[in-house]
Design a protein around this ligand. Structure first.
Ligand SMILES: *[C@@H]1O[C@H](CO)[C@@H](O)[C@H](O)[C@H]1NC(C)=O
Ligand SMILES: *[C@@H]1O[C@H](CO)[C@@H](O)[C@H](O)[C@H]1NC(C)=O
Length: 330
C-alpha cells in the first residue's frame, strides 16, 4: 500500500505497511501452516470455505515438506510473502525434540542458530530446504521466526527469539541472558543483516512474537509470551513496528492457564472481526474479538476444528492461490 506523500512525511521512517488490506474481496480462504509434536514437518490445512472454522488437512494428512537440513525437524512454521505475492517463503525453527539424546538444556546452549527456509513462486511447489545461520556465535539458538514485508524499503524484517552467552564462554556452559526478541532484514532469505535486539526485557524472558497490522499504516498489535508465567500478552501501537510507544492490554489474553505460539489474523469477510489462536500446550484453541485494541478475546467454540495444531501461521489466500494449493496438495 503506497502512502499519500503528505501523510508519509508525518510518519516515522520505519512505518510498515500491510501486504493487502484485510477484508479484501479477493481473499477466498485461509491456509494454516503448522507441524505436530510427533511429526515435526510442514503440514497444511486449507479452509473448506471463506471461514476459519473448518479445514481440510491437505496432502492426505501428511507433511507437504520435511526438513533434510540441520536437525531434520522443523517447528514454529511461518509462511510469508512479498508485496506482489510472487515470492513465498516458509520459515521454521530447526529443532527436533524427538531426537536421540534430546535435552532442552543442550538445545538452548548449543542449538541451531539457523532458520530452515523453503521458497516458492506460487505455493504450488517448493525449493529447498536451506539452513541459513541468522544468529551470532554467542547465541544458544534461534527459535520461533516470523517476518513482515516492508513495502517502503522492499525488504523483510525477520524476528526470532534467542538467548546469549558471554563472548569468552565459547562452549556456552555459563549463564545466559534471558530469551529476547531479535531481528534482521533480508530481501531473499539467503543473506541477512547483522542480527540485533528488537525487544529485550530486564526481568522477563520473551518468545513467540507475532505481529498483525490493524489495517492502517503503522497500526500494529504484537503478541508475546512471557516465559516466566507462560502466558501471552498483547500490545498495540500506531507508530510502526519500531515504535517505542507500545500500549499493553492489561493482563494476559487467557490468564487461566498456560498458552503460547500465537497466531493472529483479521477475518477475510467481516470487517472488525479478529482471530487469535493460542496453543494450550497440546493444540491451538481459537478465540476471536470485535475489539482488537481492547483485547477481550472470547473462545470461538468451532465444532470440528482441527486437533493437534501447533505453533504455525494462518495466511489469507486469494481464489487463484486457493486453486493452486488445492490443485497441488488437495
Ligand atoms: C549463574 O547464576 C546462578 C544463579 O543465579 C549464580 O548462582 C551463579 O553464580 C551464576 N554463575 C555465573 C558464572 O555467573
Ligand atoms: C512476566 O511475569 C512475571 C511474573 O508474574 C512478572 O514479574 C513480569 O513483570 C511479567 N512480564 C511481562 C512483560 O508481562
Amino acid at each position: 500500500m503506497k502512502l499519500p506523500t503528505l501523510l508519509a512525511t508525518f510518519l516515522p521512517s520505519f512505518t510498515l505497511s500491510s501486504i493487502l488490506p484485510r477484508q479484501d474481496p479477493e481473499f477466498a480462504g485461509y491456509l494454516i501452516s503448522t507441524f505436530s509434536d510427533p511429526i515435526p514437518a510442514v503440514q497444511w490445512h486449507l479452509s473448506t470455505s471463506n471461514s476459519p472454522s473448518s479445514f481440510t488437512f491437505l496432502n492426505n494428512a501428511t507433511p507437504i515438506l520435511t526438513s533434510t537440513v540441520g536437525t531434520g525437524g522443523v517447528r514454529d512454521i511461518f509462511l510469508t510473502t512479498d508485496g506482489d505475492r510472487k515470492r513465498w517463503f516458509l520459515l521454521a525453527t530447526d529443532l527436533d525434540i524427538n531426537a536421540e539424546g534430546f535435552s532442552w538444556d543442550e538445545v538452548t546452549r548449543r542449538g541451531s542458530r539457523g532458520l530452515v527456509v523453503w521458497e516458492s513462486g506460487d505455493l504450488g511447489g517448493w525449493e529447498g530446504p536451506r539452513l541459513v545461520t541468522v544468529e551470532d556465535p554467542t547465541a544458544g539458538m534461534a527459535w520461533a521466526p516470523s517476518a513482515v514485508w516492508d513495502a517502503d524499503t522492499q525488504q523483510f524484517f525477520v524476528f526470532w527469539s534467542s538467548r546469549h552467552y558471554a563472548e569468552d564462554d565459547v562452549e556456552h556452559v555459563g549463564n545466559a541472558t534471558l530469551d529476547r526478541i531479535r531481528f534482521a532484514t533480508t530481501t531473499d532469505f539467503v543473506s541477512f543483516s547483522e542480527p540485533r535486539d528488537y525487544l529485550a526485557l530486564e526481568d522477563t524472558p520473551l518468545i513467540d512474537q507475532e505481529f498483525v497490522n490493524l489495517g492502517r499504516p503503522g497500526h500494529w498489535a504484537r503478541f508475546l509470551k512471557n516465559e516466566t508465567v507462560n502466558q501471552v500478552y498483547q500490545e498495540t501501537t500506531t507508530e510502526g513496528l519500531f515504535s517505542s510507544e507500545w500500549e499493553r492490554v492489561k493482563g494476559y489474553v487467557r490468564p487461566e492457564s498456560p498458552r503460547e505460539g500465537t497466531v493472529v489474523f483479521g477475518d477475510n469477510a467481516e470487517e472488525g472481526l479478529w482471530h487469535l489462536w493460542v496453543d494450550d500446550y497440546t493444540e491451538y484453541v481459537p478465540y476471536q474479538t470485535r475489539d482488537v485494541l481492547g483485547g477481550g478475546w472470547m473462545e470461538s467454540g468451532y465444532e470440528g476444528f482441527p486437533r493437534g495444531l501447533k505453533h504455525g501461521c494462518v495466511t489469507p489466500l486469494t481464489a487463484e492461490e486457493v486453486e493452486v494449493v488445492r490443485g497441488r496438495y488437495g
